[in-house]
Every structure is written in C-alpha cells, then in structure tokens.
Write a protein that binds this ligand. Structure first.
Ligand code: 2NE
Length: 270
C-alpha cells in the first residue's frame, strides 16, 4: 500500500491513500507520548483533513508496534500544563479532542498498542476504534497526578457505562483488547499484522456511502451529548443544506435585486 506524504511535521507523520488520511504520532521512543507541539501538529493536520475534499476518512495511530499513544509527555509536564519550546504550559490536546469530534468526516483510531492516559482519551473520542490483539487500554491520571474529567470521563461513561467508567478511572488498571471489546470500548480486535488492512477495509466501506449522510449522523450523535456546541454543529449542517436550496438562493437574489422575495414559489411540505 503506497501512502503518500501530505505534509511534513516534527512529531507526527501525515499521509494519504485512496481517500484516507493517516495521522501517526511519531514518538515511539516515548510510547508516542504527546507534547504541546505534537498536539499543535495533529490539530493542523486535522484542519487539512477538514479542508481537503479528497480526504473522506481520517485514521489516527501511533508509530511502531508498541503504542498508540501513552498520553501527555511526563518529561514536560509542568505547573498548569505540558510545557512546550516557548515555555508556556498548555493542555492543547483538549482542542484536538474537540476537533476530532466536530470533524465532519469519520475518524478511526487504529490502536496498535498501548492507549494510555490522554492517549486512551484520544481513541475514545474517535468515531470508531479498531485494535490489534496486543493493544492495552487504561487511564493513569489519579496514579500520576492528572485527570480528564471532560470527554475522557463523561463520553467514556456513555460508551462503557457509569460503573465501568468509574472503575477505569478510580483503579487505573490496564485492560486487554478483548476486555475492551467486551465492554464496547472498541469496535473490533484483529491480529497486529491485519490491523491496517482491517482499518482500510472499514474506511473503504464508509467511502461507498453518502458523505453527507455520514456527516449528519455524526453531528446528530454528537448533538445529543455536546450541549449547545453539539446543536451548533448540527444546526450549521442544516444551514449548509438550506443554502443548497433554491429557496435560500431566492432570499439572497431578491436582496441584491432590491425586490421582495417570492417565497410563494416554495411549498410548505407536510
Ligand atoms: C505506556 C506504558 C504502560 C508502557 O509501558 P512499557 O513498559 O512498555 O514501556 P516503558 O518502559 O514504561 O516506557 C518506555 C519509555 O517511554 C517513556 C518511559 O519513560 C520510557 O523511557 P525510558 O525509561 O526508556 O527513558 N514513556 C512512556 N510513557 C511516557 C509518557 N507518557 N511520557 C514520557 N515518557 C514516557 C508506560 O510507559 C506508562 O505507563 N507510561 C505513562 C503513561 C501516563 O501516565 N501518561 C500520562 C497520563 S496523564 C495524561 O496523559 C493527560 C491527562 O490525564 C489529562 C489531560 C492531558 C493528558
């Protein structure tokens, strides 16, 4: 499979294959832990994914065969956040979480090893998670002086239920891929050497379906959970669809032609 580079970064790889963009956290030395720069680069790549029509599905993964992502890089955890080259503490991985959720295209987590801490949350916020048999899941926050009480908890609880979410956070245990599958935390588990094939197959199946239908389903599922931000996303999509109609065009045209819009031409459907 020939993945073609889209853009060059320091901490991530970003490439493309037949409609699929793949973002790979490329810090295997640290089990793909992220720094503020890593988060900034993922964020930039996600923006490219949003703006590029040829990209129809996004895959998030980690380099090597040991880890998807081990969360925030503990070497740069300072007071107030993870400290980047500019000396400023940040938690900008939270922006990445929001971007994944609001991207109007499916995002698949290709979990190829440890998904731990903030790395676990990253797979949680993806639309689908496909894991290799050696993948291991868990939160560590309360053990290492951290927590994610946002999507990392509330959305996790929507997926696995309140009791299990509390167990995951309170006990900080690690769970096998099979256990993750049993609790509905991942969609499928496959042998490591089948992982990419399986993910590409799922992406290709989705690409055979209506992009707008997938977009609306994602926005609707988000809207139920994301409060006003979720409603804004769904409402924005409704506005986009409205702008595609002759009725909406008539309003704009009438204004520019300095006449009354002819709304009577457009029926009220039952
Ligand atoms: C991931 C895990 C379980 C892997 O264990 P293992 O035994 O396979 O590898 P090892 O030896 O622990 O790690 C290999 C190297 O990677 C570094 C280690 O320090 C080690 O370096 P050396 O000893 O060879 O020099 N490494 C691994 N994870 C790292 C990390 N997150 N930051 C910096 N270096 C890391 C095991 O490594 C593990 O448990 N890692 C720590 C996971 C963790 O606690 N992450 C932070 C959670 S908090 C968070 O992510 C967060 C949040 O809670 C809220 C908001 C934002 C972020």
């Amino acid at each position: 499979r020939q993945w073609k580079p889209i853009r060059t970064y320091q901490d991530i790889l970003f490439d493309f294959y037949e409609g699929i963009a793949r973002i790979t956290i490329n810090r295997p030395r640290y089990r793909n832990a992220f720094t503020p720069l890593t988060a900034q680069e993922i964020s930039n790549a996600l923006l490219v994914c949003r703006e590029t029509p040829e990209i129809r599905v996004v895959v998030l993964t980690g380099a090597g065969d040991k880890a998807f992502c081990s969360g925030g890089d503990m070497h740069v955890k300072g007071r107030g956040g993870y400290v980047g080259g500019d000396g400023v503490p940040r938690l900008n991985i939270l922006d990445v979480q929001k971007q994944i959720r609001s991207l109007p295209k499916p995002v698949i987590a290709m979990v190829n090893g440890y998904a731990i801490g903030g790395g676990h949350v990253l797979h949680v916020v993806c639309d689908l998670s496909i894991a290799s048999e050696n993948a291991i899941f868990g939160q560590t926050g309360p053990r290492v002086g951290s927590f994610d009480a946002g999507f990392g908890s509330s959305y996790l609880a929507r997926i696995v239920g309140q009791k299990k979410a509390r167990e995951i956070w309170f006990l900080c245990r690690q769970y096998s891929a099979q256990e993750a599958l049993d609790m509905g935390l991942v969609n499928k588990v496959v042998p490591a050497d089948r992982l990419e094939d399986e993910v590409v197959e799922w992406a290709k199946t989705m690409m055979q379906h209506s992009p707008l239908a997938l977009r609306m389903i994602k926005a609707g599922l988000n809207a139920e959970l994301d409060g006003q931000a979720g409603i804004q996303e769904l409402a924005g999509d409704a506005t986009m669809l409205y702008y595609m109609t002759d009725e909406a065009q008539e309003g704009g045209k009438a204004f520019l032609e300095k006449r009354k819009p002819e709304w009577d031409k457009f029926p009220f459907l039952p």
